[in-house]
Design a protein around this ligand. Structure first.
Ligand SMILES: Nc1ncnc2c1ncn2[C@@H]1O[C@H](COP(=O)(O)OP(=O)(O)O)[C@@H](O)[C@H]1O
Ligand SMILES: CC(C)(COP(=O)(O)O)[C@@H](O)C(=O)NCCC(=O)O
Length: 324
């Protein structure tokens, strides 16, 4: 399988399950739909270093919002048809779950926040919940016990069973589901702090590893995985060298902001010179986040319904959408 999800035939011709649109062709699909977000809202949603502006919202996110509205509508129709087919009243349809994957520092959280706001502006005003998977990381003490402190973000650093339970509960139609939370300030899971997801219509689950395939168990049987419960998934993509640069640039900016907080786990980095900070960020990238991207995250790209490919300046250059 090629990294684009394509497969070559005997003559080397590649067939791909994706249709690819460059930015202009994609942007045309959102024309005539007014942007629901104001410039102030966009500023509020923008993550550190992300190049989100009105153009990006109108040209990239509006078409995604329209597409998702079709998918959600179609899931609703199918639910009604299945109810008729079963000849007995069924519970209300379960929330529509969107998985959002991509590397550390690729801008997943900005994408997730923009989608959350845009979908919430639909005429039917759905309740859109956003959950990040970092809350499901094992606490630092547990990671240390398992020798995984230098593997934060790798699949084994998460409580995968709890994460799966969480999404199964959502897709079982449970009224109220809780997720643990993570603090970038303390660099650890926050004890006893939960986000409560109450009767959502749509749930966005964002995290590095949300598209990981199921693992084989000791008896050789393959279990379930998170993405078995996704109705739609997005992979935020960019060249690895660009993401590394964004990670280092963000580290330099954090050094002047968040790391200054004495409570920050990274407070020790606030005093670094620029050169030392670049060296430290590059080492963190090369030892943790880069290998995780290459070994675990990137191989899941071809499992996504939609791939957003960003350019060096963080703007989306082209889009790939799974054929139906
Ligand atoms: N050490 C840190 N201190 C404070 N905020 C951080 C730190 N590392 C990352 N963040 C913030 O956490 C969010 C998630 O970051 P990350 O997991 O790298 O995903 P992405 O960049 O794809 O959204 C971003 O908004 C980022 O700015
Ligand atoms: C918390 C993270 C693992 C991301 O978790 P996610 O929400 O994607 O599951 C990541 O942002 C992180 O902190 N990585 C550790 C290495 C580093 O400090 O860059």
């Amino acid at each position: 399988m090629s990294p684009n999800g394509g497969v070559s035939d005997d003559n080397g011709r590649e067939s791909s399950p994706y249709v690819e649109l460059d930015r202009a062709a994609w942007a045309a699909l959102g024309r005539e739909t007014p942007s629901p977000l104001t410039a102030e809202e966009i500023t509020r949603l923008r993550g550190l270093g992300d190049a989100l502006d009105l153009d990006e919202v109108e040209q990239v996110y509006l078409p995604i919002s329209r597409l998702l509205s079709m998918y959600v509508g179609s899931a609703g129709r199918l639910h009604r048809q299945q109810e008729e087919f079963l000849h007995q009243p069924q519970p209300p349809r379960t929330p529509f779950v969107i998985g959002l994957a991509g590397s550390v520092a690729v801008g997943k959280s900005t994408t997730a926040r923009v989608l959350q706001q845009m979908l919430a502006h639909w005429p039917e005003h759905p309740h859109v919940a956003l959950v990040t998977t970092d809350g499901f990381l094992h606490p630092n003490a547990e990671l240390e016990r398992r020798g995984l402190l230098q593997r934060k973000g790798f699949p084994e650093s998460y409580d995968r069973r709890a994460l799966l339970r969480f999404v199964v509960d959502i897709k079982s139609g449970k009224d109220e589901v809780e997720a643990p939370t993570y603090s970038h300030l303390t660099y650890d899971v926050v004890p006893d702090e939960k986000v409560v997801v109450k009767r959502p219509d749509i749930v966005i689950i964002e995290g590095l590893n949300v598209l990981q395939p199921a693992r084989a168990r000791e008896d050789g049987r393959v279990g379930l995985t998170l993405s078995d419960f996704f109705d739609f998934s997005v992979y935020v993509d960019a060249r690895t060298e660009h993401i590394q640069q964004w990670y280092v640039d963000r580290f330099l900016r954090l050094r002047e902001t968040a790391f200054r907080d004495p409570e920050s786990y990274f407070a020790k980095y606030a005093a670094l010179s620029e050169e030392e900070a670049v060296e430290t960020a590059t080492r963190l990238w090369q030892t943790i986040n880069g290998p995780n991207l290459v070994q675990n995250v990137l191989p899941t790209r071809s499992r996504a319904t939609l791939v957003l490919r960003k350019d060096r300046d963080h703007s989306v250059r082209y889009v790939r959408l799974r054929k139906l």
